[in-house]
Design a protein around this ligand. Sequence first.
Ligand SMILES: Cc1ncc(COP(=O)(O)O)c(C=O)c1O
Length: 409
Amino acid sequence: MAAAGTAACLPAGSLLQACSEAPATGGWDFDEIIDRSGTWSIKYGRASGGEIPLWIADMDFRTDPYVSAALRRRLERDIMGYTSLPETFFEAIAAWEGRIHGYATGRDCIGYAPGVITGINQAYLTFTEPGDKIIVQPPVYDHFKLYIERLGRVAVDNPLLLENGRYRMDLEGLERLIDSKTRMLVLCNPHNPVGICWDKETLTALASLCERHGIIVVSDEIHGDLALWGHRHIPFCSVSEAAARVGMIFAGPTKAFNLAGLSGTAYCIIPDAAKREKYLGTLRSAKLSEPSVMTIEAVLAAYREDTAWLDSLKDYLQGNIRQVEQFFADEPLGIVPFRPQASFLVWLDCRALGLSQPELMDLFIRKARVIPSDGAGYGPGGEGFVRLNIGCPASVLDDALQRIRRALD
Ligand SMILES: Cc1ncc(COP(=O)(O)O)c(C=O)c1O
C-alpha cells in the first residue's frame, strides 16, 4: 500500500498534481456524528419523527477526505465549463480493477456510465425491445425491476434458493425460465440485499448458460469495492471468455466512497467491441455521455493507489456487523442476521417473529422508531426480512438495536 500524502498516489496526468492537502494516513473518525440536516438527504427526509433511518444505501460518514480535498481544489479554480473525459479517467479505472479485483481489463473496454442504474437502463434500451423479457434474481435491489417495467420490458423472476441458511443461484430454474422472448439477465454482484460475493464457479456456469441461450448479462458491481472478511469480489466479465462475450459490468466508487449525491460516478466495462460501441452510441444520442467535472475529479481521487481510508472504513463496517451479530446472538428476539460478504447492508431474517410484513414494518418504524428497508420490496423471498444499513457510527447503531429490543420486549 502506498503512503498517503504523496503525489505517487495519483493517476498520471490528473489535475490533482499534489496530495499536500490530503489528510495523513489514519485517524479517520467514523464515530463522528455528522449533522445531515439541511442537506436534502433522502435518507433523513423520511425520518422527520426522530426515527433512526437505516434504509437507503448511503453512509452517515464523512466522504473520504482525500476525495473532498480534490473537489475543493477543483472548485477553487472557479471554472465550470463543459468538460471532456480525460484519458486518466479510464486509466485510473483500469488500474483499480487490476489492483483491487485482479481483473486486467484493457482500457479500451471501459466506458463512462451516467450512474449505475441509469447506465443499466440504457443497456435495456440498447439491447432489448418493449415486451422482451429480462431476468432478475430476487430478493434483489428493487430498481432493476422498477425500470424494466417502466421501460415496457417484462421482468421475470428467477428467485435465489435459500437452503440451510445459505443463498445460492438457481441455475436449473433459470434454464427452465428462458424462452424466445428472453434477452437479458441482471446480475447483482455482490448481491444486494443478501450480501453474497458470487464465486467463480457460479459466475462461469451462468456465463456459459447465458451464452448458450443468447442472453446478455448485465452485472451490477457497485458494491464490489466493499468486499469484507477477506472475501474477493470477482468481476463477472473476468471469469471466462464466454463471460467476456456476453457480459457488461456497471460499477463505480459510489458506495465505497460514499459519493451517491454526486450522481454519475460510474463506468461500464464491456469487453465485446460491438456491444460496447452500440451502448456508447445510445449514451451519446441521449446526451448522457458527458459527466460533470466534479464526477471526474471524484473518480480520479477515489481510485488512487492508497487504500488506507477504504481499508479503515471496511474495518469499521466489520465492527458494526459484529455488533449486530453479537446483539442478536445475546438477545433471543427471533431475528437472525445474514453476514454480508460485502458492503454495509445486513439482511435480517425476522420470519420467526411470525408477523405479517405490514406488522413487521410497523414494529420497526412505529414501535422501535428505526427505519430499515422493507424486505418485501426486493421481490419474492423478501417477505419476513428487512435490510439494515449499518453504515453509521457504532453509537447510532447501538441506539437502533436498543430501540429494536425495547420494541420487541
Ligand atoms: C445494487 C445497486 N445498484 C445500483 C445502485 C444505485 O446506483 P446509482 O446511484 O449509481 O444509480 C444501488 C444503490 O443502492 C445498489 O444497491
